[in-house]
Write a protein that binds this ligand. Structure first.
Ligand SMILES: Cc1cc2nc3c(=O)[nH]c(=O)nc-3n(C[C@H](O)[C@H](O)[C@H](O)COP(=O)(O)O)c2cc1C
Length: 328
């Protein structure tokens, strides 16, 4: 229905790629997206080799890729070997300089996707030999730099690619949660989209029913970019990164008071751990982007793919309903 350079290059039906969302994008979600004609990506996250092996084993027989948090991968480089041994359809590197890993991915003849947030990072990705650049705007759920919006970053990077490496593909990411977003990204010059939040809100995502219910009730106004959960989880994110997630009592209390949070870390970390175990999302984090406001119901991932593509195609005028075809 919507064929692009991405669908031709990867041999997929639809220009829709699942974001490798940490533990949320397990084999079940990744294979569901691939089965629906998109490309599923397993989340490499912060580095659990056993989890990665299990998910690749569970996905065996279905084409899936895998994504890593680059600065974290630098501390666990063996994870890339695990991924490459499983012949992934693609490897995606986000959040850090991809250069140290690019050669190993290319030597394995695996397509390299690099997620970027600025033009400078896009240049770095092209220098590293990325096959696909993922332009992520600040609307996105999860981490990023957050200084640029998808609406201008995608065409900026499309122009850069046209100028410097026209064979490189481009995905738009951040705020794509329905057919309008997919159509817009293609119109802005992308070859496809990388979708996180909308797939987070599916039956196959590793997300609790209570978190899903809260997301359905939330609007895009209810998210913010913050570092408080990186502090409380003691993750060493480089200073330029923060993450978009759902505002709650915990962010109301600590966002803007990070120094005090650091000073009271033991107490706050204990409170956070209890909240996670009790699924208390007034305190525990729920990582979603502005697109959460476009999520009205939890659906099977395949249905999300179908609706995204059908609605985008309709909007782009490429969908010929049977009735129109027979009239002609
Ligand atoms: C719950 C969640 C977890 C994420 N974890 C990762 C991750 O581990 N690695 C990564 O590269 N991107 C991660 N992201 C960001 C996605 O790659 C992507 O940029 C983002 O989801 C796109 O915006 P959207 O959420 O509006 O679709 C995550 C996003 C979400 C919502």
């Amino acid at each position: 229905m919507l064929t692009t350079r991405l669908t031709h290059s990867f041999g997929i039906d639809h220009p829709v790629v699942l974001a490798p969302m940490d533990l949320v994008s397990g084999a079940r979600l990744a294979t569901a997206v691939t089965a629906a004609g998109g490309l599923g990506m397993i989340g490499g996250g912060y580095g659990d080799g056993e989890w990665l092996k299990r998910e690749f084993a569970a996905a065996a027989g279905t084409r899936v890729g895998c994504g890593f948090i680059t600065w974290s991968l630098a501390r666990h480089p063996e994870l890339l070997d695990i991924a490459l041994e499983n012949r992934p359809t693609a490897v995606m590197l986000s959040f850090g300089d991809p250069t140290p890993f690019a050669d190993r991915v290319r030597a394995a003849a695996v397509p390299l996707l690099c997620q970027v947030h600025t033009l400078d990072q896009a240049r770095q990705a092209l220098d590293a030999g990325a096959d696909v650049v993922v332009a992520q705007g600040g609307e996105a759920g999860g981490h990023g730099v957050g200084t640029r919006s998808t609406f201008t970053l995608v065409p900026d990077i499309a122009d850069l690619i046209a100028d410097r490496a026209p064979e490189t593909l481009l995905l738009g990411a951040g705020g794509v949660a329905d057919g309008r977003g997919l159509a817009a990204a293609l119109a802005l010059g992308a070859d496809g989209v990388l979708v996180g939040t909308r797939f987070w809100a599916t039956e196959e995502a590793v997300v609790s029913a209570r978190a899903h219910a809260r997301a359905v009730a939330a609007s895009g106004d209810d998210t913010l970019r913050t570092s408080v959960y990186d502090i409380v989880r003691q993750y060493d994110w480089p200073a330029e990164y923060n993450g978009r997630l759902l505002r709650n009592e915990f962010t109301n209390r600590w966002h803007g008071r990070e120094a005090e949070l650091v000073a009271r870390l033991d107490e706050a970390a204990a409170e956070f751990r209890v909240a996670v175990s009790e699924q208390d999302f007034d305190v525990a984090n729920m990582i979603v982007g502005e697109g959460v406001g476009l999520v009205q119901e939890i659906l099977p991932a395949g249905e999300v793919v179908r609706r995204l593509v059908q609605d985008a195609a309709t909007r782009l005028g490429r969908w010929a309903p049977r009735t129109a075809a027979t009239i002609g």
